[in-house]
Design a protein around this ligand. Structure first.
Ligand SMILES: Nc1ncnc2c1ncn2[C@@H]1O[C@H](COP(=O)(O)OP(=O)(O)O)[C@@H](O)[C@H]1O
Ligand SMILES: [Mg+2]
Length: 376
């Protein structure tokens, strides 16, 4: 799969742009704060429907403007498609079109899968569990629409249940009203768990395979799913095993959940563990080992999506080339080469090996100049 054309209007610092892209490697280079990451963000936005940098979609609208547009024309398994997004500030409105037909937000994800790798991904190992959950959720959701719908449903249930918990705490509602939420909670949580377990088992094997190659066969990398809560979770279990587990969990935590006014356990509290050899990574690995591991995870993510949907996602590399040493850079390029459309940002066009064919675009103040295509 590759994007043939990217179009933006009033997107971040771009007034308007319409660019033809290379199906291989595209490099956006230039000085700081010129709009390089904004371009990757536009591609990510077309693929995922939101930004990787802000939860406020209005932030993407060019300052002083009321409406943004971002669109891609892409080729997937030999067929050309278009995705067009518009977002209006006032009145707040969003429109998504696939092949010129209006679609709903939940139908967008997976049409054009993307994988982003940026320096912030180092936080995947050291940072908050929420980052790892988001990583896992997006990885699965881009190749499994059912999962995304279950996730949205689950998140809505947690929100509603939390509202009710607070109301009960304040004496505005009765405990028994929780019954109405506990069953749907357990049902959607169980759906998520079955898919997450399946995905993690597959993903762990992929990550380990990649890591053996990259780290030279000396190190093993395992990914494990950590269920929040006390007691023996029904790992490897069926949907009804998980349902029963969550029903019990909700019973056991009911009093404390009311006191805290939120749902303390469930898939929204779980975590992923990255294990290097025997020990957990966070504590033992050096900076260099962590970088290598994140690279392995990202390559594994690309492969995961490819195996699930039958084609490679688009890869966005934001400022990571300069973070990787020569050897890791070459390993990454060898993986990409000839099969994955990739967008790379950096300070110069010549950051890649001279043999790697790439289209170079100079980015300056919200505009793209042609930095000369072909070999860089
Ligand atoms: N909504 C917006 N409207 C106009 N300009 C914006 C908006 N959001 C960010 N910018 C500008 O975009 C630039 C940063 O772009 P970015 O792509 O992050 O730079 P870089 O080239 O360093 O990756 C800054 O100059 C910032 O002021
Ligand atoms: Mg940037």
């Amino acid at each position: 799969m590759h994007i043939d054309r990217l179009f933006v209007r009033n997107f971040r610092n771009y007034e308007q742009g319409d660019w033809h892209l290379s199906p291989g490697i595209n490099i956006f280079y230039g000085e700081n704060a010129q709009g390089k990451t904004n371009l990757l963000e536009a591609v990510y936005y077309c693929g995922v429907g939101h930004s990787h940098r802000t939860s406020q979609e209005e932030d993407l609208i060019r300052w002083g403007e009321n409406q943004l547009a971002a669109a891609v024309q892409f080729t997937r398994q030999g067929l050309q498609h278009t995705l067009q997004l518009k977002r209006e500030r006032q009145p707040r409105k969003k429109e998504i079109k696939l092949d010129r037909q209006v679609i709903r937000a939940k139908e967008q994800l997976g049409e054009m899968p993307v994988v982003l790798f940026s320096p912030e991904d180092l936080q995947l190992i050291k940072g908050e569990p929420a980052l790892r959950r988001r990583f896992l959720d997006l990885e699965i959701a881009q190749s499994n629409r059912r999962y995304y719908q279950d996730l949205v449903r689950y998140q809505r249930i947690v929100l509603q249940r939390n509202k009710l918990l607070k109301a009960i705490r304040e004496g505005l509602a009765h405990k028994n009203e929780l019954e109405a939420w506990d069953q749907p909670f357990s049902d959607s949580a169980a759906n998520l768990m079955v898919e997450r377990e399946k995905a993690v088992a597959h993903f762990s094997a992929l990550a380990n395979e990649v890591h053996q190659l990259i780290a030279g066969g000396r190190e093993s990398l395992q990914v494990a799913y950590q269920v929040a809560g006390e007691g023996q979770a029904p790992s490897g279990g069926t949907k009804s095993d998980w349902q029963a587990w969550y029903e019990r969990l909700l019973q056991n935590t009911r009093t404390s959940d009311i006191a805290r006014g939120s749902t303390s356990l469930g898939p929204h509290r779980d975590d992923l563990l990255f294990l290097l050899k025997e020990g957990p990574f966070k504590a033992f690995a050096s900076q260099g080992q962590q970088r290598t591991a994140v690279l392995s995870l990202k390559i594994a993510e690309v492969t995961f999506v490819q195996q699930a949907v039958g084609f490679y996602p688009i890869l966005l590399l934001d400022d990571v080339m300069s973070e990787l040493d020569q050897k890791r850079r070459e390993q990454l390029l060898a993986f990409i080469s000839g099969k994955i459309q990739t967008f790379i940002t950096g300070t110069e066009c010549s950051m890649l090996h001279p043999d790697s064919m790439a289209a170079c675009f100079m980015v300056k103040n919200g505009a793209l100049g042609d930095g000369g295509s072909g070999s860089n």
